[in-house]
Design a protein around this ligand. Sequence first.
Ligand SMILES: NC(=O)C1=CN([C@@H]2O[C@H](COP(=O)(O)OP(=O)(O)OC[C@H]3O[C@@H](n4cnc5c(N)ncnc54)[C@H](OP(=O)(O)O)[C@@H]3O)[C@@H](O)[C@H]2O)C=CC1
Ligand SMILES: C=C(O[C@H]1[C@H](O)[C@@H](CO)O[C@H](OP(=O)(O)OP(=O)(O)OC[C@H]2O[C@@H](n3ccc(=O)[nH]c3=O)[C@H](O)[C@@H]2O)[C@@H]1NC(C)=O)C(=O)O
Length: 308
Amino acid sequence: MLAPALGAERLRLREPLAPYTTFRIGGPADVLYDAMTADELASAIVAAREAGVPVFVLGLGANILVGDAGFRGLVVRNRANAIRFGSDGRVQAESGATVAELIRQTVAAGWSGLEHYVGIPSTVGGAVWQNLHFLSPAPERERTMFIAEVVANVELLLPSGARTVVSADEMAFGYDTSRLHGSGEIALRVDFQLTPGEQDTLQRILQENLAWRGARHPWLEVHPSAGSIFKKIEGVGAGRLIDQCGLKGFRIGDAQISFMHANIVVNVGRATAADVRAVIAHAQAAVRERFGQSLEPEIGFIGEFTAP
Ligand SMILES: NC(=O)C1=CN([C@@H]2O[C@H](COP(=O)(O)OP(=O)(O)OC[C@H]3O[C@@H](n4cnc5c(N)ncnc54)[C@H](OP(=O)(O)O)[C@@H]3O)[C@@H](O)[C@H]2O)C=CC1
Ligand SMILES: C=C(O[C@H]1[C@H](O)[C@@H](CO)O[C@H](OP(=O)(O)OP(=O)(O)OC[C@H]2O[C@@H](n3ccc(=O)[nH]c3=O)[C@H](O)[C@@H]2O)[C@@H]1NC(C)=O)C(=O)O
């Protein structure tokens, strides 16, 4: 049903999703399609919806846990990555561009606003979906900065299949959220408004932020993860509560609570989604019993899970 619209030769059947996630976990998608432009991304979603096929848009797979039984339907891997510079600090990126590449190009051109988010795996689409954030530069690090601060407009694909451009004010950005959560809307392109930056300042922020993250978070290349597993508990810290339960290093199968940061679960070998879910349940039960607090997962659970 999808082949006429998307091209049979570009559809991969029963494709394992683990390699396309930072957790390196997850069973096969019925069908995987790589969208190479924003137009292809929009066409694929519209084609799937018209055919009544469930569809999931995959960025870098940095904030999701895919079930061991995989995804029934179409996974569209967003590889639409064109980046165009306008005048006076305007930069437009397709939503599959990586934040890493966008930072590389904007910093090289002397524009400030995105350098704070260095080292965080994300596509531009994932970044606006979740309102990507990091602490303000050292030495103060006095506040959390959000990508919303440099977003001017977002082009959206609506559930109807129509496209529209909305301003940042209309994006309902919050901590770890935006209007894209649960709305069925997909970000196709984002316009950023950046400001001139001193090359030395930009380079300092890049290096200091990478050092900060490197010292606190496990390294993805060695210890695959999905970043923070649980949502922030304001003024307390999900990681601190799990830590105080003595759970650093707690392991089920090959899923382990990181020794570096208790809010991160790492895949130390061949972890399954069931292993990760069992670790999540254990941490939730321990924190509820000890502190009476509910830990709410921050990651998305995608596809089909077998019982742990
Ligand atoms: N601060 C940190 O240290 C870390 C932060 N992260 C966060 O994780 C996210 C990772 O992004 P990424 O790997 O690209 O995303 P993922 O592939 O992990 O997808 C996560 C969700 O993003 C939504 N999404 C992705 N692309 C789009 C799009 N074009 N339009 C609308 N929704 C989209 C989907 O939501 P839906 O299910 O609603 O369709 C999906 O469930 C970033 O937001 C980043 O902030 C991750 C790791 C560490
Ligand atoms: C890693 C992510 O985002 C990160 C983001 O990189 C950084 C910097 O802005 O701030 C948040 O981390 P965080 O470390 O402050 O969050 P929490 O896990 O709630 O920890 C809060 C505090 O608890 C303490 N803490 C943390 C871990 C630990 O093992 N022990 C401990 O005592 C630390 O003092 C820490 O600062 C984001 N996490 C959440 C859940 O909001 C992600 O979204 O995947």
